[in-house]
Design a binder for this molecule. Structure first.
Ligand code: NAD
Ligand code: UFG
Length: 338
């Protein structure tokens, strides 16, 4: 299939482009590089020996996006493009609503105009309401989001649900990611946060390599096995393969489906620090500080629906997540632009 990937040079997008090419699909990528480097896709080309037509442009530029559809016979779209920093979304709500909602609306409009009606959307476990029992199932309660970023995902899901309901030719899959970590085993592509990392794993690896002094563990008094927050960390290569499985499903069904992409296992912050130190024989200086506002004690997926309907399960364990993160970090201590 000929797949248009928005946000293709980003962390999850670049890993997904690689898996798509390895599975025999062709890829066209669009990204404005507001949070990524062109080098990511150069490296995907290097790893696969295949070429990715790349358009550096904003998905919200309707005319330019339409030209991409006119130039390539696109079968389906994976929509990664979006802003994703939870804290920043609280201080810059307009930027988040504008970018994440407008990009989705413009994309769907252009897809409709070109008769392309198959879409995989990057949603997030953040859409689940905080008062659910664990593990989270696709029909668990959504809403009560604690930040504008979460609301943008919630609203985009609703927009796509309505589009699929109104036109029976549309096929939409909403993938709710849990906590993506790790990197491709080559160490050539990985996560490259532009500023101080918000997320745990890049903070751990940047601390291990000496770019950060020490990791602050946000809260040591949660009702978990060691008092620190528990999450469902999933290797980015497993996540990328989940998109390839979703495309197979998309080609044979219409309507809207939602799938969790997680492992079903929860690890605490201290579990992650210990696993990282052990897997890589490094020290991660850390201390326990106050809780981070808005954080839940525990969050993990029930991945059964994805296993049953997509035939997908995560195969990389925590040790692989830690080793692959470190290989990427140590081979690229300052990320792509070093
Ligand atoms: P990322 O920032 O690495 O990738 C997003 C890409 O989109 C970047 O390359 C950025 O330059 C591009 N982009 C943003 N706005 C754009 C626009 N208007 N036009 C064109 N390009 C634009 O983030 P990621 O971790 O790869 O996340 C990909 C998607 O998955 C995002 O939608 C994110 O919200 C979602 N998601 C991520 C996580 C996570 O923890 N990484 C969890 C759940 C959901
Ligand atoms: N944490 C620390 N110190 C840090 C960073 C994080 O202790 O420096 C802790 C957090 O308190 C939490 C855990 O590590 O207990 C994971 O935090 P992350 O920021 O890595 O991830 P979140 O679970 O908060 O959120 C992430 C993405 C969201 C996405 C969500 C989906 O940032 O975009 O996963 O589950 F929606």
């Amino acid at each position: 299939m000929n797949v248009l990937v928005t946000g293709g040079s980003g962390y999850i997008g670049s890993h997904t482009c690689l898996e798509l090419l390895n599975q025999g699909h062709t890829v066209v990528a669009v990204d404005n590089l507001c949070n990524s480097s062109r080098l990511a896709l150069d490296r995907v080309e290097q790893l696969t020996g295949k070429t990715i037509p790349f358009y550096q442009q904003d998905v919200r530029d309707e005319e330019k996006l339409s030209q991409v559809f006119a130039q390539h016979p696109i079968d389906c779209v994976i929509h990664f493009a979006g802003l994703k920093a939870v804290g920043e979304s609280v201080s810059k709500p307009l930027a988040y609503y504008s970018n994440n909602l407008d990009s989705t609306l413009v994309l769907c409009k252009v897809m409709n105009a070109h008769g392309v009606k198959r879409l995989v959307f990057s949603s997030s476990a953040t859409v689940y309401s905080g008062d659910n029992a664990m593990p989270l199932q696709e029909n668990s309660k959504i809403g009560n989001c604690s930040n504008p970023y979460g609301w943008t995902k919630y609203m985009c899901e609703q927009i796509l649900r309505d589009i699929a309901k109104a036109d029976p030719e549309w096929s939409v899959i909403q993938l709710r990611y849990f906590n993506p970590v790790g990197a491709h085993e080559s160490g050539l592509i990985g996560e490259d946060p532009k500023d101080i990392p918000n997320n745990l794993m890049p903070y751990i690896s940047q601390t291990a390599i000496g770019r950060r002094e020490q990791l602050s563990i946000f809260g040591g008094d949660y009702p978990t096995h060691d008092g620190t927050g528990v999450r469902d960390y999933i290797h980015v290569v497993d996540l990328a393969r989940g998109h390839v499985s979703a495309l197979d499903y998309l080609m044979n069904h219409t309507g809207e489906e939602i799938f969790n992409l997680g492992t079903g296992h929860g690890y605490s912050v201290l579990d992650m620090v210990n696993a990282f130190q052990q897997a890589n024989h490094v020290i991660v200086p850390h201390c326990i500080t106050d809780r981070r506002p808005g954080d839940l004690p525990t969050c993990y997926a029930d991945p059964e629906k994805s296993r049953e309907m997509l035939g997908w399960t995560a195969t990389h364990d925590l040790d692989a997540m830690c080793r692959d993160t470190w290989r990427w970090q140590s081979q690229n201590p300052n990320g792509y632009e070093a």
